[in-house]
Design a binder for this molecule. Structure first.
Ligand SMILES: *Cc1c(COP(=O)(O)O)cnc(C)c1O
Length: 341
């Protein structure tokens, strides 16, 4: 793997920190927990899409695009990071937002990431839930082309082989960091959605023969579909990187037991996980991805799925801005009236 062969705009703050979570480890009486801070990638309020966008937006620029279009759910972190990246390099950005949750909460519809999309100067239009959003995106891109624009279209989550390069690179970065710190990583856990993060990570880990198992905690699709999506993208990414065949189907493992009612609908376990991280580590998770990923990790620890001697790295994929679209899920109205005794 040699990433310098691909165009890239090095805007993310890398390497992101790799830190121990001592108080959370103590509270769970579990394996040694570490966190890779991809919530601190530097643009807007950070997150995993910025690593992908370094490669995607470089390709857009190389192709002479004057506008980038992409799509996501209403509270999409990907859309917000794309809007911020476009602002940074002086490109226009247009977003399609899919109403996947049917929430009428004004905070969900206008605060959090949606507020930031507009703050970064993006334009947006909405779609009802359940459409083929990448087809909708292509139609909008065609419209803009007919009007004379040079359009670069980014699929949902930035998850194609170009975007996944960002996470193959993250795998190398993480293993190098652990080697320098003398940290033996026994397992990596993260939230998996549109599949680019997990696909890139598995390609990177396999290509350097790290022998570290990777577990994706799903936030939307059932297990067979999620694993198939990740596997297909991993195969294509490995080919792009010049190391075809490094990923086997059994390397791709997703646990989708923590989705709950559906995408973007927080579960009680997700809220508990967000509170645990906030109150033991001062770290903000999000209610759609990293909160559910952490809920899965925490539940598996409580069930004794991991040996206590293990070092587990949780990759924090970001998303804290979405918290402000979901304040109602926490039930804090009226809190703060009681003083500590
Ligand atoms: C997009 C996203 C993910 C999932 O990454 P994929 O590459 O889409 O699988 C996880 N966490 C957060 C906060 C995200 O925004």
């Amino acid at each position: 793997m040699h990433f310098s062969r691909f165009p890239r705009l090095p805007i993310a703050h890398l390497p992101t920190a790799l830190e121990p979570m001592q108080r959370l480890t103590q509270a769970l009486e579990g394996p040694q927990l570490w966190i890779k801070r991809d919530d601190c990638t530097g643009l807007s309020t950070g997150g995993n899409k910025t690593r992908k966008l370094e490669f995607l937006m470089a390709e857009a620029k190389e192709q002479g695009a004057d506008i980038v279009v992409t799509q996501g759910a209403t509270q999409s972190n990907h859309a917000r990071q794309t809007a911020a990246f476009a602002a940074r390099i002086g490109m226009d950005c247009h977003i399609l937002l899919e109403d996947r949750t049917q929430s009428n909460d004004p905070n969900y519809k206008y605060n959090g990431n949606v507020f930031l999309d507009y703050l970064h100067g993006a334009t947006a239009e909405t779609r009802p839930g359940g459409l083929d959003m990448n087809a909708e995106l292509e139609a909008v891109a065609e419209d803009l082309r007919a009007k004379g624009r040079t359009v670069y279209a980014i699929p949902g989550g930035g998850s194609n082989p170009t975007g996944a390069l960002g996470y193959a690179n993250c795998a190398m970065e993480l293993v190098a960091q652990a080697n320098n710190q003398g940290l033996r990583i026994d397992r990596i856990v993260h939230a998996t959605g549109s599949a680019g993060t997990q696909a890139g990570l598995i390609v990177g880990l396999k290509a350097i023969n790290a022998n570290i198992p990777l577990l994706g905690i799903g936030v939307r699709a059932p297990k067979p579909k999620q694993e198939e999506n990740v596997y297909k993208l991993a195969v294509a990414t490995a080919e792009k990187l010049g190391c075809p065949g490094v990923v086997a189907r059994e390397d791709v493992v997703a646990n989708t037991d923590y989705v709950g009612e559906g995408y973007g609908i927080p579960t009680p376990e997700c809220i508990e996980a967000i509170e645990l991280f906030a109150r033991h580590e001062g770290i903000l998770l999000d209610p759609v991805y990293s909160g559910k990923g952490a809920a899965g990790l925490i539940d598996l620890i409580r069930k004794g799925a991991f040996d206590r001697s293990e070092n587990i790295v949780f990759i924090h994929t970001g998303g804290s801005a979405a918290l402000f679209g979901y304040t109602n899920a926490f039930g804090y109205e009226g809190a703060g009236k009681t003083a500590a005794e």
